[in-house]
Design a protein around this ligand. Structure first.
Ligand SMILES: Cc1cc2nc3c(=O)[nH]c(=O)nc-3n(C[C@H](O)[C@H](O)[C@H](O)COP(=O)(O)OP(=O)(O)OC[C@H]3O[C@@H](n4cnc5c(N)ncnc54)[C@H](O)[C@@H]3O)c2cc1C
Length: 371
């Protein structure tokens, strides 16, 4: 079985080739088929047949013997050891924690199955979406906004409704003008928005399946009749690997507190990057890649007695609100902000593209993307 890599791990790859000779390298992932840009691509995978296959990149092909597939269940910083679920212990001189976050499928893929079955899961969802005339997306954070926009972009004739418990869409770290623009784009695309409404009894819904005439009710009594429900709620930081070891260094969302060099507070040889680092910026693959660059550069600099690099959070934020999958990388509609200032849609349309991310990641991992 092969695995897919997290965004931060892919970002580390070009940098670790610069580590001085003689320094052993290792990367560790759980025995599941999750992958490179899992969240970005996972929203497109259920929309277009054949796309999911492009989102799985073999880790072992890239890293060879430096890759160890396994689940980290604990860390012993005093002995500089990482503990795996099968009982094995791995020694480290430097440790980068990039355990990311988890949530419901299709935004995240958290099943432990082989790669072909994982691809099939996405392909099955494409069929369910194709059968459904009316689709409800629950949750209007970044994932829900994207999901609703992607479905409506790919299938303009379908009736798409987005229910969000708050009045304003998307991440709180984004400028109000960016969040407002995202809302306007959704409305222009024809997505029906029910804001300030919470779905009652979400647990009783069967998501990602065609179920004609499903009645969904909100706590305010609004009823929506749909053929399919997609949940985009409850993304949580994966902290199981480190929570016991670093419980006193966790932010309220279980992310790890880091200094300006991305070192875990109180440790010079442990770094936290990607979604599991507590930084004042939206959780984005783009940022995870920047963190990876800083962390690996700092490991090299610390070994070669050079000053450490500083990370400045959240300078550029692109927020996608709909991609035309079939149009390669020119179909993305994105809003964004640079250094805290709102930038118009056109500027960032060029900067952000799923297809571009995917092909770039294959290149970064030193492999050829399947056609
Ligand atoms: C629906 C959705 C859409 C998104 N769209 C965009 C977008 O368009 N642009 C953008 O820039 N960002 C986007 N993001 C955010 C982006 O995907 C994340 O910020 C990014 O994936 C974080 O990378 P990461 O490497 O920190 O974590 P992840 O990508 O979550 O990877 C973490 C890895 O660590 C592994 N792991 C976890 N625990 C353990 C353990 N105990 N032992 C071993 N391995 C472990 C996981 O299996 C996984 O492979 C989106 C997110 C979502 C949910």
């Amino acid at each position: 079985m092969d695995t897919r890599a997290g965004a931060a791990e892919v970002g580390c790859r070009p940098e670790i080739t610069k580590v001085p000779p003689g320094e052993p390298l290792g990367t560790c992932d759980p025995p599941d088929p999750r992958g490179m840009w899992p969240d970005i691509t996972s929203l497109l995978s259920p929309l277009a047949t054949g796309f999911a296959r492009k989102t799985f990149i073999s880790y072992s092909v890239t890293f060879g013997d430096s890759f160890r597939q396994g689940e980290v269940v604990g860390i012993d910083p005093a002995r500089q050891r990482v503990l795996l679920s099968d009982g094995e212990e791995l020694h480290y001189s430097h440790l980068i924690l990039a355990t990311g976050s988890d949530g419901p499928f299709p935004g995240k893929f958290n099943q432990v199955i082989d790669m072909e079955s994982a691809i099939q899961t996405y392909e099955d969802m494409v069929k369910e979406i194709e059968k459904s005339e009316r689709i409800l997306v629950v949750g209007g954070g970044a994932a829900g906004v994207e999901m609703a926009a992607e479905i409506k972009t790919e299938y303009p004739a379908k009736e798409v409704t987005l229910i969000h418990s708050k009045v304003v869409l998307a991440d709180v770290e984004l400028l109000h003008s960016v969040r407002q623009e995202a809302k306007e784009i959704l409305l222009r695309k024809g997505v029906r928005l029910l804001l300030g409404e919470r779905v009652s009894d979400v647990e009783s819904l069967t998501p990602n399946r065609f179920q004609k005439d499903t009645v969904v009710r909100t706590e305010k009594g609004t009823e929506v009749v749909v053929d399919m429900v997609v949940l985009c709620t409850g993304i949580k930081i994966n902290s199981s690997a480190y929570a016991a070891a670093f419980g006193d260094r966790l932010a309220s969302n279980s992310a790890l507190k880091v200094n300006k060099h991305l070192q875990l507070e109180g440790y010079e040889n442990i770094y936290a990057i990607g979604d599991c680092a507590d930084l004042k910026e939206p959780k984005m693959a783009y940022h995870a890649g920047l963190h990876a660059n800083v962390a690996v550069t700092n490991i090299i600099n610390s070994l070669t007695h050079k000053p450490l690099k500083t990370y400045k959070p959240g300078k550029v934020i692109c927020f996608p609100v709909g991609t035309a999958v079939k149009c390669a990388h020119i179909g993305t509609v994105t809003v964004g902000q640079v250094n805290g200032y709102y930038v118009g849609r056109l500027l960032v349309t060029i900067a952000k593209s799923r297809d571009l991310f995917v092909s770039k990641s294959w290149k970064t991992m030193g492999q050829t993307m399947p056609s």
